[in-house]
Design a protein around this ligand. Structure first.
Ligand code: UDP
Ligand code: MG
Length: 307
C-alpha cells in the first residue's frame, strides 16, 4: 500500500527535473514508508517528457508519469495527478524548486496530527514586489471568500488527506483553484512556515494576465460576495446622489443658477463609468463561469500515461 503520494505539475521544467526528483526522493525516503511521485506534464514544449521518462527508468517503481496533449494550467495538472493518487496522504509542490522538497516530512507530520489540509506559508517569499504585494490583498480577500483565514493561498506546497482529495475529485468544476476548494471541504486546517527559494532554472510561467485570471478564479469561484458588495456600493452611490441633488436644490434657492464646475462633473462621471464597466466585467465573469459549466467539456485530455 502506498502511503504518500507526491504530485508535481510540470510545464517546461526540463532543466529543474533532475534535481527536483533527486531531492524529492531523498526527502520522501527519509519518512521510511511506501510512496509514489506523480509527475504531470502540462503540455511542455521543451524536452521535459523525455527527461521524465529517463528519470522514471532510473528510479523503477516510484515515479508515475501523466502527460497532457497541450497546456491546461497548473491546477488542471495537479487535478490529473489527484485522480490517480494511491496514497493516504497527498502532497503537492512546484517543479521549479521554489518549494524545497525537504519540507515534505514537516507537512506529513502535521497531517498526522489530525489536520485535513496543511498549507505552506512562504513567510520570506523570494518573488518580485509586483507579485508579493497583490498577493497580500488576494490572501485577505480569499480568506473572507473561502471562509478559512490563511496567509498564503498562493503557495502550492501543501498536504491533504485522501478524503479531501477524493472530495475534490468529485467536483469536476470547469476551472478551479485547488487550495481554496480544499479548504471548503476541510474540517481542520493548519499552516506551517516553509522556506522559499528563487526559481532554480527556467522562468515563471505566469505573466501578469495569467495571474490576474487565476486570482479572479480564486475570488469569483467560491462566493457571490463580490456581486453583493457591488450591489451594496450601488445603493451607497445612489443615496449619495440623492443627497447631492437635495444640496444642489437648496443651493439654487439660495445662490441662484450656476454653470461652473463642468469639468469636475466630467471627472466624476468617468469614475462612475469606470465603476459600471467594472461591474459589467464582474457580471460577465460569473456568466462566463456558468457558460463553462454548462458546456460540460472535459477539462483536459491525457495524451500519455507511463506507470
Ligand atoms: N505550471 C504548470 N502549468 C502552467 C504553469 C505552471 O504545470 O501552465 C507548473 C510549473 O511547471 C511549476 C508550477 O506550476 O511546477 C508553478 O509554476 P511557476 O513556477 O511558473 O509559478 P510561480 O512560481 O512563478 O508562481
Ligand atoms: Mg515558481
Amino acid at each position: 500500500m502506498t502511503d504518500l503520494s507526491i504530485v508535481v505539475p510540470v510545464y517546461n521544467e526540463a532543466v529543474n527535473l533532475e534535481e527536483l526528483v533527486r531531492r524529492t526522493l531523498t526527502s520522501a525516503q527519509s519518512l521510511d514508508r511506501p510512496f509514489e511521485l506523480i509527475l504531470v506534464d502540462d503540455g511542455s514544449q521543451d524536452n521535459s517528457w523525455a527527461v521524465m521518462e529517463r528519470l522514471q527508468e532510473a528510479h523503477p517503481g516510484v515515479i508515475r508519469l501523466v502527460g497532457f496533449n497541450r497546456n491546461y494550467g497548473q491546477h488542471m495538472a495537479v487535478l490529473a495527478g489527484f485522480e490517480r493518487v494511491r496514497g493516504r496522504i497527498v502532497v503537492t509542490l512546484d517543479a521549479d524548486l521554489q518549494n524545497p522538497p525537504e519540507e515534505i516530512p514537516n507537512l506529513v507530520q502535521k497531517i498526522e496530527e489530525g489536520y485535513d489540509v496543511v498549507a505552506g506559508w512562504r513567510e520570506d517569499r523570494k518573488d518580485i514586489f509586483l507579485r508579493t504585494w497583490p498577493s497580500w490583498l488576494v490572501n485577505r480577500v480569499a480568506s473572507v471568500v473561502v471562509g478559512v483565514a490563511q496567509n498564503d493561498y498562493g503557495c502550492m506546497l501543501r498536504a491533504y488527506t485522501r478524503d479531501i482529495v477524493d472530495q475534490i475529485n468529485q467536483c469536476g468544476e470547469a476551472s478551479t483553484y485547488i487550495p481554496a476548494l480544499a479548504n471548503t471541504f476541510a474540517r481542520r486546517t493548519a499552516e506551517i512556515r516553509v522556506r522559499h527559494a528563487g526559481r532554480q532554472g527556467g522562468r515563471s510561467k505566469y505573466n501578469l494576465f495569467r495571474l490576474f485570471r487565476l486570482n479572479f478564479d480564486l475570488v469569483t469561484g467560491y462566493s457571490l460576495l463580490p456581486l453583493q458588495l457591488v450591489s451594496f456600493l450601488g445603493i451607497l452611490i445612489a443615496l449619495a446622489g440623492v443627497g447631492f441633488g437635495l444640496f444642489l436644490f437648496v443651493r439654487r434657492l439660495i445662490v441662484g443658477p450656476e454653470v461652473e464646475g463642468v469639468f469636475t462633473l466630467f471627472s466624476i462621471l468617468f469614475v462612475f463609468i469606470g465603476l459600471q464597466i467594472l461591474v459589467l466585467g464582474l457580471l460577465g465573469e460569473y456568466i462566463g463561469r456558468i457558460y463553462h459549466e454548462v458546456r460540460r467539456r472535459p477539462r483536459y485530455f491525457i495524451r500519455r500515461v507511463k506507470e
